[in-house]
Design a protein around this ligand. Structure first.
Ligand SMILES: Nc1ncnc2c1ncn2[C@@H]1O[C@H](COP(=O)(O)OP(=O)(O)O)[C@@H](O)[C@H]1O
Ligand SMILES: [Mg+2]
Length: 258
């Protein structure tokens, strides 16, 4: 098992408040690791530490063995990790083609250019079409983002992260605000696309326990900034203590049944 991304004894304080306490975890090739836990458990803080947005106050964060503490999203993408940003990078007046092209061009290190120049570039055009078709957006290329459904917007957000050709992709609640029928479609799409695109690991923050149970290879449960459990789904959901501490406090169909 070859580790791609890890934290060793990570702590994060906000003033006097302990948001993460001695968190050690390792993510290897082929894994889809879900991070779960009640509100305020420290999930977003951990994701921000893992993607170099936040510097931990203690411990190490390593990507491919190199320290990435606090390096920021641009450097991180260059090293091979990308994150979908919950639609913050989706501009309503930009078309699907333009949105994906920005990511493709930045990945190719060509810097931002005028769209006319991008449109003239055959390589970029082909790559945009390819990424769009992986996510079922090829018939929406000329549609402005504001006219997409919520599910399509999520796919466009994730497609933009994929366009960076990352080894590791990080999804913070990719299906929030989407109907349960669409959630499975989105997750299926992402997992298939990851395989096709050669993505080696996925980190998922997700509240829907149905999705977590179905798609994770491993689940890391946080409570009050500490790792309560780190195990495969079967061992996770069969432990009454874990279910009471984590699943019972979260939303989703399995949570209600538990
Ligand atoms: N910038 C901040 N300053 C102070 N406290 C924060 C800050 N960000 C998060 N917190 C606190 O840290 C805890 C963990 O937050 P967060 O990582 O967002 O949890 P989660 O994503 O699991 O809901 C919460 O109690 C939250 O109020
Ligand atoms: Mg959060």
């Amino acid at each position: 098992m070859s580790t791609i991304l890890e934290t060793v004894g990570v702590g994060k304080m906000y003033g006097d408040f302990v948001a993460l306490d001695d968190v050690s975890l390792a993510i290897a090739e082929g894994e889809l690791v879900s991070i779960v836990g009640p509100n305020g458990a420290g999930k977003t803080t951990l994701v921000n530490v893992l993607t170099g947005l936040l510097k931990p106050t203690a411990g190490l964060v390593r990507f491919r063995g190199q320290d990435i503490a606090g390096i920021g999203p641009v450097m991180l993408a260059r090293r091979g990790m990308a994150r979908a940003f919950q639609l913050v990078h989706i501009f309503p007046a930009m078309t699907v083609r333009q949105t994906i092209a920005v990511a493709v061009v930045s990945q190719e290190g060509k810097g931002l250019r005028f769209f006319s120049a991008v449109d003239d570039d055959r390589g970029v055009r082909d790559r945009v079409r390819e990424v769009a078709s992986i996510f079922g957006l090829e018939r929406k290329l000329e549609t402005e983002a504001r006219y997409l459904s919520q599910g399509e917007k999520k796919l466009l957000d994730i497609a933009s992260a994929f366009a960076l050709q990352p080894e590791v992709i990080l999804l913070d609640e990719p299906t929030s605000g989407v109907s349960s029928a669409d959630k499975h479609g989105i997750m299926r799409n992402v997992v298939d696309a990851a395989k096709k695109a050669g993505v080696k690991a996925i980190i998922l923050v997700e509240h829907d326990m149905d999705l977590v149970a179905e798609y994770s290879t491993r689940i890391v449960a946080l409570t009050a900034g500490k790792v309560l459990a780190d195990r495969p789904p079967a061992a996770f959901f069969s432990d009454p203590e874990i279910v009471a501490a984590i699943v019972g406090k979260m939303v989703g169909r399995l949570a209600k049944e538990a």
